[in-house]
Design a protein around this ligand. Structure first.
Ligand code: CU
Length: 172
């Protein structure tokens, strides 16, 4: 019967599609994403951005939290406030591995440009509206270094953190 045969073919095709979607990739659950506050505006003493939108002396240069955990295939949403440049290095990279002498020169300030093991570099913050979100996905387990590539933020302020990516069956 043709109709029966076509439904069998349809079922087999559906099974093949299901096999193609990797089971190790997280698409739901509490660890499917994390949020990192990438630079923060200060409130003490009060700060009025309505009149002075980008006073760099009123911005904290840190990642909050400094470490987040997600499942492989999940994403981290970097909420960027102020002049910052999120840059991510492959699993196992430590802050001391970064060559901060390699830069895109200023003005207004040098941006670290060490391509070794770099897996992501955010959009150039110089011509942009500085406040923005960059959402980045991590398909493979490991501990990834995230730095702010604004030279004094990394070298002087220690603006960096880590993303711990767990396999589908790993728990804490
Ligand atoms: Cu920064």
């Amino acid at each position: 019967m043709p109709s029966r045969r076509s439904s069998v073919v349809g079922f087999v095709a559906l099974m093949l599609v299901a096999l193609v979607v990797p089971s190790a990739v997280a698409t739901d659950g509490p660890r499917v994403r994390a949020t990192v506050s990438f630079g923060q505006w200060q409130t003490d003493p009060p700060f009025d951005r309505f009149t002075v939108p980008n006073d760099r002396t009123r911005n904290n240069h840190q990642l909050l939290p400094q470490e987040v955990k997600i499942k492989a295939g999940g994403a981290v949403n970097f909420i960027i406030s102020g002049f910052h440049e999120p840059t991510i290095y492959d699993a196992g990279t430590q802050p001391g591995d970064i060559n901060a002498n390699l830069v895109v020169p200023g003005p207004p300030v040098a941006l670290i440009n060490d391509p070794h093991n770099r897996i992501f570099r955010g959009a150039d913050p110089r011509p942009l509206s500085q406040d923005r979100v960059e959402s980045v996905t991590f398909p493979k387990p490991g501990t990834y270094l995230v730095i702010c590539a604004v030279h004094p933020h990394f070298v002087i302020d220690g603006m960096f953190g880590f993303v711990k990516v767990q396999g589908a069956d790993e728990n804490d």
